[in-house]
Ligand binder design. Structure first.
Ligand code: HAM
Length: 420
């Protein structure tokens, strides 16, 4: 038997209402903040991600689904959206149409990570990017929007972590100091952290190894080396969060796994989902547009993992959706009336009702069971003694009331179903 590829999942019909509910909240919150939806292709030229996310990152060096297509070009399934959105922004000169572009998206992303609870190889993100302003209000806005979305889903167990990575100059100075600190401990570090010493020294803070963590516990922190402008920017982000009632923690070790960040970085983690606890992450990236060939344009954004969010909602039982209902189930009582029943169904559907009927020549009893399975509000009986008098019977399944109608009077039946 052929099964879904490791790390990918089917979203079955029973789960779709939760996904749609989540998407409806995402859309509603982004729309209120006047963000406009953007859709970019699922695959891009490989070099976009290598340049955008950074060659040394885990995503680019280990996790991308990259292949040579039949024309001999190297393409990659998108591991995230920021690089693609920035590519589209530059390609379509969106900055010429508007000084500030506030964009949002939702869709599947692909990373060949080791699958575990909350970590998949095809997963879904929604997110937002604001391109064209360095205002710290926008950094805060990303956090406010994600927090509002989680709130509207009823999620409680959340921690907002924020940090500032400053501008590259102060970061480079800091990296020198960090290198001096780490070097004497180098042979005690894990092999992964040793590698990071050369490629991306700040990511050693992300190591899960106890010994690495012990060594890094006393390391100098970037926040102590930030320049005045970066400190002021960070201060304004914090003030904005406070005045908008977002509780947060400053986590001076929050580095994040993508190379493009400057100034603010943030994550919102949930205490309800186990080890893969980051529901969303993001930050400012003032150099990325230029890095990808555009003119110097500041940007800030975030993305959230939809599987993890729904897992948190399920574990916290944070919302309950009503059972899905159909308006009418048509029960065909005797052979020969299938055509009439079918046409009645199509007519009602064209008028806007949700209607189903039997396609398997089942008994009346089995058809009634089906009507109950679909939570039908009404059952319309076609056949029997009534039908020979040119009548059909409409049963209200909530109070079991029955009403007879002339079989020609479909409009009246429609009206009485619609009224309820
Ligand atoms: P990221 O932290 O790599 O950031 O991903 C954002 C979120 O996507 C994570 O917090 C997590 O919820 C979810 N996620 C990531 N990988 C997986 C996975 N393998 N399985 C399930 N969920 C996953 C970015 O992608 C940046 N583009 C965010 C950003 C936008 N920064 C600025 N603008």
């Amino acid at each position: 038997m052929i099964k879904a590829v490791t790390g990918t999942r089917d979203i079955l019909p029973n789960d779709i209402p939760k996904w749609n509910f989540l998407l409806s909240i995402v859309e509603s919150v982004f729309t209120k903040f006047n963000y406009k939806e953007i859709r970019t292709p699922i695959f891009e030229e490989t070099s976009l991600f290598a340049r955008g996310i950074g060659e040394a990152t885990d995503i680019v060096s280990k996790e991308m689904y990259t292949f040579i297509d039949r024309s001999g070009d190297s393409v990659t399934l998108r591991p995230e959206m920021t690089a693609g959105v920035v590519r589209a922004f530059i390609e379509h000169s969106l900055d010429k149409k508007q000084n500030l572009n506030k964009l949002f998206y939702a869709g599947p992303m692909f990373r060949q990570e080791r699958p575990q609870a909350g970590r998949f190889r095809q997963f879904h993100q929604f997110g937002a990017e604001a391109l064209g302003s360095n205002d710290p209000l926008l950094d805060a806005e990303m956090i406010i929007m994600s927090y509002d979305i989680f709130n509207r889903l009823g999620l409680k167990n959340l921690i907002v972590k924020i940090n500032s990575l400053g501008v590259p100059e102060s970061r480079e100075n800091y990296k020198k100091v960090l290198r001096q600190y780490v070097e004497p401990h180098l042979n005690k570090l894990s092999s992964e952290s040793k590698k990071r010493f050369d490629t991306n020294i700040m990511r050693i803070f992300d190591s899960k190894e106890e010994n690495d963590q012990k060594i890094m516990a006393n390391a100098p922190l970037l926040i102590e080396y930030l320049d005045e402008e970066s400190l002021q920017h960070f201060e304004k982000v914090k003030q904005t969060l406070l005045s908008n009632k977002i509780p947060f923690e400053v986590d001076t070790k929050l580095v994040r796994g993508l190379d493009y960040y400057t100034h603010t970085t943030f994550e919102i983690v949930s205490g309800s989902v186990g080890s893969q606890s980051a529901l969303c992450g993001g930050g400012r990236y003032n150099l990325l547009v230029k890095e990808l060939g555009g003119s110097e344009t500041p940007g800030v954004g975030f993305a959230a993992g939809m599987e993890r969010i729904l897992l948190a909602c399920e574990n916290e039982k944070s919302f309950l959706l009503d059972d899905e209902k159909i308006d009418v189930f048509i029960v065909t009582i005797e052979k020969g009336l299938e055509k009439f029943a079918y046409q009645t169904a199509v007519d009602f559907r064209r008028k806007g009702l949700i209607v189903d009927l039997d396609y398997l020549s089942r008994s009346v009893k089995a058809q009634m069971r089906e009507a109950n399975r679909f939570n039908a509000k009404y059952v319309l009986f076609i056949g029997g003694e009534e039908f020979s008098r040119d009548e059909i019977v409409l049963k209200n399944m909530r109070n079991s009331e029955q009403k007879n109608f002339s079989k020609k009077d479909l409009d009246k039946i429609f009206e009485s179903i619609k009224e309820k």
